[in-house]
Ligand binder design. Structure first.
Ligand code: AMP
Length: 536
């Protein structure tokens, strides 16, 4: 286990591989490790001058811009807590987050899609424009614009760098050296597949070690170049992608906003060896009309995670994208995030059908969600996990923390089973399991089966209330471009191959799914849509 802070780790990597590329963007800025550390130190000094203290909450509201990664390491160097803000947030969510988290400083870009971030912030804290303090947000100190423009009541990024010139190395390093790896360094509000957003507190120790092990499983070294299309504001971005790369001296090649073509272009131009993504990203890349034109032969490994990884998609990624050594990770923000991961040398079936075994120093049990009793092998139940990677707690929510982490065990609400060799299969969320006339139906199983249908691009199965059976199976189908299919045809395909009680009673054809920003289909919204369509 590594007992170092993130600041120390960056320094070590910069010493070891000064001329290795650290952060590069296709047609954008490029930093070698020595340059990356230099800019990080400048910004860290600027933060000190601004008045940022150890433990202060510094929020970043931006897509994958270079300043995001710089801020991630600069805040860690002075012991501030980086608060990652979901880029899809609008006014109400920003307001909730700034208030609940006691944010002191907010770094932000100007806009994302149709949301003007500057206007939104000015609406939430109108006093900002006059440079006054807000009574509603007593903790709030300063907003800083990531860019050159000047906005009312805000500093900009260059100001921070300039302010840093007044601080010397000694001051920075006396702060950095006073930090403890068990301090909280990162806080994220969990994605919205369920319930109310809660601020997950993670320490250096939590995320450094998690990133380290995940990288080891990939065989990541300073020779690797990692394409990062996943958002930084989620653990997949800021732990598995950026921190992991820095620990192993690899090169980060981020995509600012996910776009299948940009991913393919970046992999080709930067000769990336590693590619990450949630399953839908891989699906879009594989289905891109120009897919064949790109040279992806540099790819070696990568990670698919964040949502169920369909076997058929895994196989295609291994063959058509040359990612023979791809691995699957399973986990959640509260676990830093990774709990289990497949190994590159696991048997083929285990690598495509399971999420692997628990990482070293992480324990997993499958228990009855009601009684909490441990269940026998190959029996579906709730996955609970314990280890160095479990969060410190939810910020200012002791009751929610106690409910989720009991005696050190994190209760994931994920339905899973473990085989005799210790490999874990995720069956869905505990709340997503369908009980049809007393028979348990696992959406995942039906989804996996329907993915085999040649016309189907994406699929999501949910339970909907039914007067006779309690619940019935409904499938939301997205067909491949240009394909047509009837409900009857899909039903027949199922009837010929799977037990009748599992065959979807309803098929709904959709063009897209309600998704969370981190790439998960929001099944509770699909259930609502189905209920509405069926008038239940
Ligand atoms: P988040 O906290 O946003 O990372 O969401 C975590 C949730 O994503 C988990 O509780 C799982 O339901 C789901 N998840 C993550 N990775 C996988 C995976 N490999 N297979 C299935 N579900 C996953």
């Amino acid at each position: 286990m590594i007992e170092k802070t993130i600041g120390q780790i960056l320094d070590e990597t910069a010493e070891k591989y000064p001329d290795n590329d650290a952060l590069v963007y296709l047609n954008g800025p490029r930093y070698k490790y020595k340059e990356f550390r230099e800019i990080v130190n400048k910004v860290a000094k600027g933060l000190i001058k601004l008045g940022v203290k150890k433990g202060d909450h510094v929020a970043v509201w931006a897509y994958n811009v270079p300043e995001w990664v710089i801020l991630q390491f600069a805040t860690a160097k002075i012991g501030a807590v980086l608060l990652t803000v979901n880029i899809y947030y609008k006014k109400a969510e920003l307001e909730y987050l700034l208030k609940q988290s006691d944010t002191k400083y907010l770094f932000l870009i100007d806009r994302f899609k149709n949301v003007n971030y500057i206007e939104t912030l000015h609406n939430v804290i109108p006093e900002l424009k006059e440079g006054k303090r807000s009574e509603k947000f007593p903790y709030f100190e300063k907003a800083i614009f990531i860019g050159k423009e000047r906005y009312a009541g805000m500093l900009n990024f260059d100001d921070i760098i300039k302010m840093g010139e007044e601080i010397d190395d000694e001051t920075l390093y006396s702060i950095q050296n006073s930090l403890n790896c068990h301090d909280v360094v990162n806080m994220q509000y969990t994605s919205g597949t369920t319930g109310f957003p809660k601020g997950v507190m993670l320490t250096h120790y939590n995320i450094v070690n998690n990133a380290y092990w995940v990288g080891n499983y990939l065989g990541l070294t300073h020779k690797d170049r990692v394409c990062i299309p996943v958002p930084f504001f989620h653990c997949f971005g800021c732990v598995i992608s950026t921190l992991n790369s820095v620990i192993h001296g690899a090169t980060m090649v981020p995509i600012e906003i996910f776009d299948a073509e940009k991913v393919l272009k970046s992999v080709e131009a930067e000769r990336c060896t590693v590619l990450y993504g949630v399953p839908t990203m891989f699906v879009r890349e594989l289905n891109h009309p120009d897919f064949e034109k790109y040279d992806l032969t540099s790819l070696r490994t990568g990670i698919m995670a964040g949502a169920p990884c369909p076997v058929e998609v895994m196989k295609k990624v291994m063959n058509d994208m040359h990612m023979k050594e791809i691995t699957i990770c399973y986990g959640l923000t509260e676990a830093s995030p990774v709990i289990t991961q497949t190994k590159r040398d696991d048997p083929f079936e285990k690598r495509v059908e399971t999420v692997g075994k628990p990482l070293p120093y992480v324990e997993v049990k499958i228990v009855d969600p009601e009684s909490g009793e441990e269940l026998p092998q190959n029996t579906p139940g709730e996955l609970i996990a314990k280890g160095y990677n479990i969060m410190k707690g939810y910020y200012k929510m002791p009751e929610a923390t106690e409910k989720t982490v009991r005696n050190g065990w994190l209760h994931t609400k994920d339905l899973a089973m473990m085989d005799e060799e210790g490999y874990v299969r995720i069956l869905g969320r505990v709340d997503d399991m369908i009980i049809r006339g007393g028979e348990n139906v696992y959406p995942r199983e039906i989804e996996e089966f329907l993915y085999k249908h040649p016309k189907i691009k994406e699929i999501a199965v949910v339970g909907v209330p039914h007067p006779e059976y309690g619940e019935e199976v409904a499938a939301f189908v997205q067909l491949k471009e240009g394909e047509k299919a009837t409900e009857e045809e899909l039903r027949q395909f199922c009837l010929e191959n799977i037990a009748r009680y599992k065959v979807p009673k309803y098929f709904f054809f959709v063009d897209e799914y309600p998704m969370t920003a981190s790439g998960k289909i929001q099944k509770f919204k699909l259930r609502e849509m189905a209920k509405e369509k069926l008038g239940r």
